[in-house]
Design a protein around this ligand. Sequence first.
Ligand SMILES: [Zn+2]
Ligand SMILES: [Zn+2]
Length: 244
Amino acid sequence: MRVVFVGTSDAFGAGGRRQSAIYVETRDGAVLLDCAPTTASGLEALGLERDAIDVIALSHFHADHFAGVPQLVLAATWVDRRRRPLVVAGPVGVEARVRALAEAMGHGFSARPPPFELRFVELPPDRTVDCGPVRLTAFPVHHQPDVCPHGLRLEAAGTRIAYSGDTGWFDGLPQRLAGADLAICECTFWAPDFEYHLDYATLSERAHQLGAGRLVLTHLGAEMARRRGQLPIETADDGMVIEV
Ligand SMILES: [Zn+2]
Ligand SMILES: [Zn+2]
């Protein structure tokens, strides 16, 4: 599996970087974990084909994680001339949320349906769902409840990735990331700041509890962006590639 970090900033593009999106290429297809407003330009910059994406899997309904979907569908329609299906998977209610967003952004799917099959797949918590080239399992996390916050576990051909989505610390987090070949965990802040996001102080204190093969921190706020690459725990950066 090849993992490309398309965007690794917090919601606000700290350090001039892009918001959350991770491109996962498997033997049988590609999955995009989260899709931010900056994702389309990130894919372009990194030479990643939109048309190669089989599944967009969303962790929750904050703009920096899902507001890029309508633009991607629009580009698939008018630029890529896509013909094969595109799956948008996410927490329960994903279809209504994405449709309402597309409508609000002026590119609603109802007035002008995409010329390819746009399929929505709900990921109820703790249920593993076959989704194109991968198996996805969503798990609840500690983040603003009104945006259906989840982390995602992704598995293909025996390789496992765990992604925290946005979350503050909760006791079940280590177990949710355990056993993954690659655990991607958010770390917005350097020191404790806000209950719904993680910080480096908390994570480094509890790193021994996180029994994953390789731990990489993402969703980096300003202070974390400044310190990235210089910390004992590995940090992601835009364009970073990991072979798992
Ligand atoms: Zn976020
Ligand atoms: Zn969020």
